[in-house]
Design a protein around this ligand. Structure first.
Ligand code: F6R
Length: 613
């Protein structure tokens, strides 16, 4: 979703804005722009498409100044064109605004401002903000800051804003409500940004803004206040990610790098949450065993890939506890009437910690008195801050738009959490927990094994990449894996792909099968009782001449007779096999996308952090 960078200091803002925007490219965008205060005016440059187009424009028509804002836009209101790109200005061009979020009452505000004589140029919701500020100044607001406060008290919806005034040469204004925004604290300079990676090479300290805060930034300091004008003390925190974490480290794409990081990340998680006092250790965890003993129900909410890990989490929690567990899409959950009481734990899963629907679900459940446990990758994110306890997946910044390392880290988090809760409730015997943990330790090596065979996966992807569609089948623990494999494929290769519970085939999708359709069947086994059922499902595909690509456990002779192509994985306990199987499917999608020539790290239409509903 939209990315924001702002700068005030002593250096030339323009290259710093572009540098920051490049580091936010992973969020997804379709146009970009900057406003820089040059001489006495705010100079705006915008362009459609990749940042390189904007850079070219700035090379042809340079703009220099020590105060500026930049923006990458992911279109919501109005098509991606130059007029709709940010920054937006007021009638006179003296106020420039960049925005991430949606102003929900913009039509009403726009009508009112138009009636007052304001001239609008774009179709965006954002444009009402500079005009509202302009109107508040004209109506007598004593300072720009007060005009911003008055304007924002009228705006409904979500926003992260960077604001410049032509007559405030040394001041950058910002505000946040519902969309992420941080302040970067440097020496004699300050930044704003949507995300830490944007400025990680420039500052070592940040302030995570809270909803309803307005901030004034100058080269020598920042001051925070709330919308009602009360001062807020700034909590400056060290940046915890290294600048190298947002580099490709020799890989051709971030996604490939992130796929290869998975064994290390899972090993780290296992080391951090090792065996301690008869259970897995959850250091610094704010919900203790007494809370879990009283619990009667768990509701997992998430979106996209995180929802798939939530489906897995449900199966595992059901396996090792007596809890009733349900998983729902946050975008659906927030509009349900799920009869939830304070005895229900909400587990919110989110890589970014900024997903609008997941956040809305958390807030709704909090109002019912529920405790919130987040599984989250980004420290300082809104989900992390608004939850009662956080299991950090510690996968480092994920730059590729398609979730990979955050996905397997979430699966691992669910496994460790399930053991912890099972032990806390006395429902998982110590010996059984230890045995499970011992098997879990084998996962990083098993993933290495898959990574070492990536050339075989590439060969299969090359063979099947050009069809119009593919089907992914799995059962039980690997039903979410099938959904995730299909999602990866459609996201980055743009090939239609459908994930299905293999047992549901007969109820409809079997009609799709013909001699052209690749059917990816996840059929790994150690002692899983659904293995035999999966074999029957594969036979049904074979009988209709589907092209079977099987994910199978090394040495499985039954599968060898059924499948056209086989992607082998090492023997892994069934409960944990998704962590290994999904890596095969990530690579399968990756090489298919490569063969189809797509922009793998920045697939079309997608945003990394979905901060609007
Ligand atoms: C898919 C993907 C998305 C996210 C979803 C939720 O590869 O990345 O489906 O999983 O948008 O995002 P988070 O986890 O940030 O809440």
């Amino acid at each position: 979703m939209c990315g924001i960078v702002g700068y005030v200091g002593k250096r030339n803002a323009t290259p710093l804005l572009i540098n920051g925007l490049k580091r936010l490219e992973y969020r997804g965008y379709d146009s970009a722009g900057v406003a820089v205060r040059q001489a006495d005016a705010l100079v705006v440059r915008k362009s459609v498409g990749r940042l390189a187009v904007l850079e070219q424009k700035l090379a042809e028509h340079p703009v220099t100044g020590t105060l500026g804002v930049g923006h990458t836009r992911w279109a919501t209101h109005g098509e991606p064109n130059e007029v709709n790109s940010h920054p937006h200005t007021d009638c006179t061009g003296r106020i420039a605004v960049v925005h991430n979020g949606i102003i929900e009452n913009y039509q009403e505000l726009r009508a009112e401002l138009t009636a007052q004589g304001h001239k609008f140029r774009s179709q965006t919701d954002t444009e009402v903000i500079p005009h509202l500020i302009e109107a508040e100044l004209a109506a007598g607001a004593p300072t720009p800051e007060e005009a911003i406060r008055r304007a924002l008290r009228r705006a409904k919806g979500a926003y992260a804003l960077g604001i410049l005034f032509h007559d405030q040469p040394h001041t950058l204004y910002a505000a946040r409500h519902g969309s992420p925004l941080i302040v970067g604290v440097g020496r004699d300079e300050h930044f704003i940004a949507s995300d830490v990676p944007a400025i990680v090479d420039q500052v070592q300290r940040v302030i995570y803004l809270d909803d309803g805060e307005v901030v004034i930034l100058r080269a020598d300091g920042v001051s925070l206040s709330r919308l009602d004008g009360t001062a807020v003390e700034a909590k400056i925190q060290p940046v915890t990610i290294a600048a190298e974490a947002v580099e490709k480290a020799g890989f051709e794409t971030f996604m490939l790098k992130e796929i290869h990081e998975q064994p290390r990340i899972l090993r780290q998680l296992l080391a951090r949450h090792g065996w301690q006092s008869g259970t897995v250790a959850l250091p610094d965890f704010a919900l203790g065993a007494p809370y879990f003993r009283k619990l009667n129900r768990v509701m997992i909410v998430a979106c996209g890939s995180a929802y798939h890990t939530g489906m897995y989490g449900k199966l595992l929690l059901e396996n090792v506890t007596s809890l009733a567990v349900e998983t729902d899409l946050a975008s659906e959950f927030r509009y349900r009437d799920p009869k939830i009481d304070p005895g229900t734990l909400i587990i919110a899963v989110s890589q970014s910690g900024e997903t609008a629907d997941t956040l809305a679900s958390i807030r709704m459940a909090k109002s019912w008195g529920c405790k919130i446990l987040a599984i989250c990758n980004v420290p300082g994110s809104t989900v992390a801050r608004e939850s009662d306890a956080v299991f950090f997946t510690e996968a480092g910044p994920e730059i590729g738009v398609a979730a990979t390392k955050s996905f397997t880290a979430q699966l691992m988090a669910f496994a460790l959490l399930a053991f912890f809760i099972g032990r806390a409730r006395g429902e998982l015997a110590e010996t059984q927990a230890q045995e499970l943990l011992t098997d879990l330790q084998t996962i990083p090596d098993a993933i290495h094994y898959v990574l070492d065979r990536k050339d075989e996966i590439r060969t299969v992807a090359d063979k099947h990449h050009d069809g119009p569609s593919s089907l992914y089948l799995g059962r039980r623990f690997n039903y979410p894996t099938a959904l995730e494999g299909a999602l990866k494929n459609k996201e980055i290769s743009y090939q239609h792909a459908e994930g299905y519970a293999a047992g549901e085939m007969k109820h409809g999708p079997i009609a799709l099968i013909n001699e052209y359709l690749p059917v990816i069947c996840i059929c790994t086994r150690t002692r899983d009782e659904v293995y035999a059922k999966m074999i029957s499902n594969i036979k049904e595909v074979e009988a209709r001449h589907g092209r079977i690509i099987a994910l199978a456990t090394d040495g499985d002779a039954t599968i060898a007779q059924l499948a056209e192509d086989i992607l082998w994985v090492p023997p892994t306990r069934d409960e944990f096999s998704p962590m290994v199987n999904v890596v095969t499917l990530q690579l399968l999608a990756y090489y298919a996308a490569q063969a189809r020539g797509t922009d793998i790290d920045k697939p079309r239409n997608l945003a990394k952090s979905v901060t609007v509903e």
